[in-house]
Design a protein around this ligand. Structure first.
Ligand code: SF4
Ligand code: SF4
Length: 120
């Protein structure tokens, strides 16, 4: 029995006994690091359609229309700079630490505010 065969067999044995170095994705997912920029989340309820977020977006991923009371985002254009999150005074936009769900085609998410919240 040669030394090289012994060293290979010990390597194989050690590898077989070690736990796997990869995760069983998607069942087992890595916990995001702190401040991970995943994707933009938007809640229309408090939006006043001031369009500041759209003007501050460097890639024009956001389109807001005050007259139509609509807000839309194209996640394929978003570079997750966070400008819109910082500049929205109403707190409608947040950054999720989870990655954007996969898209099979270019998709623009549209939101429309049907009714203004009655003032107290
Ligand atoms: S999300 Fe915020 S910044 Fe953008 S239009 Fe609505 S209120 Fe204005
Ligand atoms: S994070 Fe930056 S690129 Fe993405 S929508 Fe907001 S302003 Fe635009």
């Amino acid at each position: 029995m040669s030394w090289s065969w012994l060293s290979v067999s010990s390597l194989v044995t050690r590898s077989a006994l070690k736990p796997p170095v990869t995760r069983l994705y998607p069942i087992e997912r890595r916990t995001p690091y702190a401040k991970t920029r995943g994707h933009i989340l938007f809640v229309v309820d408090n939006c006043n359609f001031c369009t500041i977020c759209a003007h501050k977006c460097p890639t024009r991923a956001i389109v807001a229309n005050k007259k139509e009371k609509t807000w839309a985002i194209d996640h394929s254009l978003c570079i997750l700079c966070g400008n819109c999150v910082e500049d929205c005074r109403e707190g409608c936009i947040t950054l999720s630490d989870q990655p954007c769900p996969p898209m099979r085609a270019k998709e623009v998410l549209q939101f429309r505010k049907e009714h203004d919240t009655p003032s107290a």
